[in-house]
Design a protein around this ligand. Structure first.
Ligand SMILES: *Cc1c(COP(=O)(O)O)cnc(C)c1O
Length: 426
């Protein structure tokens, strides 16, 4: 039986989908190669660390001596090819992991220098950039913040970074956001991150280079810490949780810095010695094990979306065959109606909450109305197929995720079909 009728996808759209898949075959091959190599790296980390069934047992209370928790940190550090890591369900989201890392290593009168322009929305509150500054922000603790805007085209202004590092001795941290967030700039490849790290450490060897690695894990063959970054953090309901972790985040990098972060995650004195796992270890191990494959599926979904919508005449970024450093795909849809139809289509093609109809709404902290589509097993998970957009020029949508390519492709086709049904496909 064919579900052609059930999903009611237009013949011509199906033809375009087939042509798109033929176009992107080399890009899929490339993604499969990266997934294969990253999968081997993760498998080797499990084998090297003798992960056994005893790692999946549960602990309660203080969680002293929880073998599963301790070993998971080692496995993840090896998978990220860095000295040490904390991978926990206790991190409530990516923002929390990044916050723990920032408060873990910065001290009063230090300056955090962001070299990728304005950081991601939720991090702005953490820093204290809102008016008035959020209660409990870094600002309230006397940590200063400066940023260097990206040069046209999205490149980091390395010369300006060198100049600031020379002229301002308070700069303790250079901060890099790898992913584009809700902007149309390109995400940074690990090769570009390496150039920034090398330049920063050349001027000031002791400066801490920290990377917001959200959406970047397992997209390339290596991670920022293999290229000179000292510390990085991310979310487990994005790439590194493989669609299986029900919540959580991670911090990884230099041993001394990760230890400092452990005292902020729990308490000064107890650090990583405490933290019960409540039976979540198995899901975190399984999610990490699946992550290289699931990231590959999400990348294929993004490439298919880019290919299909370019064939339909839309500007997309990145292009189907452009090198990728995260799983995000933007499509410039030009009108609010098209944007809404796309998001509603993604929602209606989701396994969970397909019957919900997303509408633009005034989200606290945003200037424009926002529309979000996410029919995920884990609330807010964006390694699962999801799309969101602020209702403003150029009416671009940011889509990401897809636990498996077949479902991701179907979701994208349903979104295009909804635009077609509403007479909105150009
Ligand atoms: C998602 C994201 C965050 C925050 O993660 P949450 O899990 O939503 O708190 C931070 N930075 C970037 C670039 C992100 O994409």
């Amino acid at each position: 039986m064919s579900y052609r009728k059930f999903f009611n996808i237009d013949e011509h759209l199906m033809e375009l989908a087939e042509q798109t898949e033929a176009d992107v075959r080399p890009d899929f091959r490339h993604i499969e190669d990266i997934s294969f190599q990253n999968q081997q790296k993760v498998l080797a980390a499990f084998i090297d660390n003798n992960v056994g069934e005893n790692c999946f047992t549960t602990s309660t209370g203080y969680g002293y001596g929880d073998v599963g928790r301790e070993k998971l940190d080692r496995v993840f550090a090896d998978a990220m090819e860095c000295e040490d890591a904390l991978l926990r369900h206790n991190f409530m989201c990516g923002t929390h992991a990044l916050t723990v890392a920032l408060f873990g290593v910065l001290r009063p009168n230090d300056t955090m220098l962001c070299v990728t322009g304005m950081p991601y929305d939720t991090i702005q509150s953490v820093i204290g950039l809102t008016t008035p500054p959020a209660s409990g922000s870094l600002f309230e603790f006397g940590v200063r913040f400066e940023k260097i805007d990206l040069i046209d085209g999205g490149a980091v202004n390395i010369d300006e970074m060198r100049r600031r590092l020379r002229s301002d001795s308070s700069v303790k941290m250079v901060y890099i956001q790898r992913s584009r967030g809700y902007s149309l700039r390109p995400s940074l490849t690990v090769e570009q991150i390496e150039e920034i790290c090398a330049a920063a450490h050349e001027v000031k060897p002791e400066v801490i280079v920290m990377v917001d690695n959200c959406y970047g894990e397992f997209v390339q063959l290596t991670e920022p810490c293999c290229h000179g970054a000292d510390l990085m953090a991310g979310s487990l309901i994005k790439n590194a949780g493989g669609g299986i972790a029900p919540t959580g985040g991670y911090i990884a990098g230099r041993r001394d810095l990760v230890e400092m972060c452990s005292y902020r995650l729990s308490t000064p004195g107890t650090g990583r010695e405490v933290g019960c796992t409540l039976g979540h270890s198995r899901e975190l191990y399984m999610g990490l094990f699946s992550a290289p494959h699931v990231v590959g599926e999400a990348l294929k979904t993004a490439v298919f979306c880019a290919g299909l919508f370019s064939r339909l005449g839309y500007d997309v970024t990145p292009l189907p065959n452009e090198p990728r450093a995260d799983i995000i795909q933007s499509v410039l849809l030009h009108t609010p109606e098209a944007l809404i139809a796309f998001c509603q289509g993604i929602q209606s093609g989701s396994p969970v909450d397909s019957m919900a109809l997303p509408e633009p709404w005034d989200m606290p902290g945003y200037d424009n109305k926002i529309i979000m589509a996410s029919g995920s097993f884990t609330l807010g998970s964006s390694i699962e197929l999801s799309a969101d957009a602020p209702l403003r020029e150029p009416y671009a949508v940011w889509m990401q995720g897809g636990l498996n390519y077949a479902a991701g492709k179907t979701g994208i086709l349903i979104a295009a079909q909804r635009m077609l049904n509403n007479g909105l496909l150009q």
